[in-house]
Structures are given as structure tokens and as C-alpha cells.
Design a protein around this ligand. Structure first.
Ligand code: GRG
Length: 320
């Protein structure tokens, strides 16, 4: 661990945006390669064996944009321990594949019934619902193939640990469980009965768990100490909460063209959200307070944590 403060960049916001965009290029290339039938497919590509319609739907779910924010968190948390971006790509790609599968399934008529995602028709709209279900299933399997393949990390123990962590973060104890609680509350029509605590709990599972995984994964790849892992988990928890408040605010204040998906859906459905329960002003204050708490969790990393600090600012300022 070092407390040496590096020279501050003249425009931290620009350097953050450049770094996020470089990660997005790396992740796009890696995932396009995984989902291609052409030359250059890697050892974990299953493309040659994937039926064409299914492959096209998987590509549609993954390659149509997206900020690649979760792989960025993996990369930057790994960078704290001197891990090169390329060495963090399999774990980053894996969490992005899980995220893309969840969006393809969430958009289905049986769940959120959305037509637009990342400014494009949703997978079930572009294909049909059975193809969207199977594309999500295929992406989930591919994510775990990425983590298990040797290129992820030379140490099989590290690969196994990441696999268990991602399974827990994405399964019934994490994202899938949070989605189930969310849909159950909607089905029972008990929006009014939801409290801030119950919503925070379900959101920490649904949205937070993958973000926490992304932050902690870097420490696992880089052999961080348990104190460093705890600091990154705590940062991830705050960041995930901020991310969800920002998402709820975007649903109220954003416009569909910029956000790339339908907005005002929660209010139209009479759904209780962090914003509807707190009110706009309190939600905005909670957002900046949570950002500050996330940043404080990085104290242990000194100046090396600056890019992750800017990631917390990005979550507060994001418009899509
Ligand atoms: C269907 C198992 C299953 C789970 C779905 C994540 C999720 C659970 C549903 C998405 C609903 C939603 C809008 C949640 C808010 C937070 C969120 C995941 C926003 C989208 O993530 P971004 O902003 O999207 O990182 P991009 O397109 O940039 O990747």
C-alpha cells in the first residue's frame, strides 16, 4: 500500500472519461471476439457452435452500446494492485455478460416489458421472447466460462474464488433475488407498503451486488489484503446505492433519447422507488452524501484511488 500522491491531472473529468472510453473499447473488442464466428476467436469462444439466430441475439444484447461501467470498476480496482487492464479483461467481461443477460431478461414482456434499451430495440423486440430468454441464458453461461478459462488468471484458486463470488452476486442471494423481490412487490401491488429499508435491501441485491463484485474482483485478481478487500466492498456498496438513486432520478428527470430507454416508467406504474419515498430534494442530497461516503471508503488507497473517486462523481453526474 502506498500513500504517495501522484501528480493530479489538469482535467480529472476528461482523464476519467478517456479512461472509461478506453475500457469500453477493450471490452467491446473482447466481447465481440467472444461472440464472433470469424478469425481471432479466443479459446473461450463458443461462436462456431452457437446457432446463428441465437448468436445474433446474444450479439444484439451485448454489442449495442453500454457504458461498460462494471468492467471499468474491475479494471480500476485491479489497477490499485498493479494489475494491467488486459489481465482484468476476463473478469470485467464476465460481469458485463451477466449484466447484459439481466437487461435482456428484464426487458421481456413478462418482466418490465420494454421496447428500448441503449437506444436500440430490446432483444425480444428485435427477435422474439424465446430467443431473448435463450440469449440471456447463453450469456450467463459464457460469463462463467470466461472466469473459468486459464486466461482469466493463472491461479485456479483465484478463478474459483471469482466464480463463486459472481455466482453469489448474480444469483438468488444477489441480482436475481433482488429482481424477484422487486417483481413480487409489484405483483402484490403493495407499492405503498414498501419502506426505504425494504427498497434499499432489494436494490442492494438487484443492482448493488454486481457493482460490489466488480470492485472486489480487482483485489482478488491483484492479491489485495482483507482490509483492502473490505474497503473496496464498502466503496462498492455505497457506489451501488448511489447508482440506484441516480437511476431513479433519471427515471423522473431524464429524457428517453438521452437515457436510451423509456423514462417515467416507475411513476406511471405507481411503483415505490427511492425517489418517490424520499422526495426529489432528499434523494439528491442522499445521492451526494452517498457519493462522499463511497469516496471516504477509498482513504486506505491514498492517491492511487483517484480514478475510483472520479467514478463516484460520474455516477452522481451521469445522464444515461
Ligand atoms: C432479469 C435476473 C434479472 C435481473 C434484472 C439489473 C436488473 C435486474 C434490471 C435492470 C433494471 C434497472 C434499470 C436497474 C437499475 C440499475 C441498472 C442496472 C441500470 C442499467 O445499468 P447501466 O446504467 O446500463 O450500467 P448500460 O446500458 O450502460 O450497461
Amino acid at each position: 500500500m502506498s500513500n504517495i500522491n501522484p501528480v493530479k491531472p489538469s482535467n480529472p473529468k476528461k482523464s476519467f472519461e478517456d479512461a472509461l472510453s478506453m475500457t469500453a473499447h477493450r471490452v467491446d473488442d473482447c466481447l465481440a471476439n467472444l461472440l464472433t464466428t470469424g478469425e481471432g476467436s479466443t479459446d473461450v469462444s463458443t461462436a462456431e457452435r452457437v446457432p446463428d439466430r441465437l448468436l445474433q441475439a446474444m450479439r444484439h444484447a451485448v454489442l449495442g452500446g453500454g457504458k461498460r461501467f462494471r468492467p471499468f470498476l474491475v479494471e480500476q480496482s485491479a489497477a490499485l494492485f498493479g494489475v494491467a487492464p488486459e489481465r482484468a479483461l476476463s473478469a470485467g467481461g464476465a460481469v458485463e455478460l451477466i449484466h447484459c443477460y439481466s437487461l435482456a431478461h428484464d426487458d421481456l414482456p413478462a418482466m418490465d416489458n420494454d421496447d428500448l434499451r441503449r437506444g436500440q430495440p430490446t432483444v425480444w423486440r428485435a427477435f422474439d421472447d424465446w430467443t431473448a430468454i435463450l440469449a440471456g441464458d447463453g450469456l450467463q453461461a459464457l460469463a462463467f466460462e470466461c472466469l473459468g478459462a486459464e486466461r482469466c488468471h493463472p491461479d485456479a484458486g483465484v478463478r474459483a474464488e471469482l466464480t463463486v463470488m459472481l455466482a453469489r452476486a448474480s444469483g438468488g442471494l444477489g441480482m436475481v433475488g433482488g429482481q424477484a423481490l422487486d417483481l413480487e412487490a409489484e405483483r402484490l401491488g403493495d407499492g405503498q407498503a414498501q419502506t426505504l429499508d425494504t427498497i434499499r435491501h432489494l436494490q442492494s441485491m438487484k443492482t448493488g451486488a454486481l457493482i460490489v463484485f466488480s470492485c472486489e474482483a480487482g483485489a482478488v485478481l491483484g492479491g489485495g489484503s482483507s482490509a483492502e478487500r473490505a474497503a473496496l466492498r464498502s466503496y462498492g456498496e455505497k457506489l451501488g446505492y448511489a447508482f440506484q438513486i441516480a437511476d431513479d432520478l433519471l427515471d423522473v428527470e431524464g429524457d428517453a433519447a438521452t437515457v436510451g430507454k423509456a423514462v417515467a416508467k416507475d411513476a406511471d406504474a405507481g411503483k415505490a422507488t427511492l425517489v418517490s419515498l424520499m422526495g426529489l430534494d432528499a434523494a439528491r442530497s442522499a445521492l451526494t452524501r452517498t457519493r462522499d461516503e463511497a469516496i471516504a471508503a477509498l482513504d486506505v488507497f491514498g492517491g492511487r484511488g483517484d480514478m475510483l473517486r472520479q467514478a463516484a462523481d460520474f455516477v452522481v453526474d451521469r445522464r444515461r
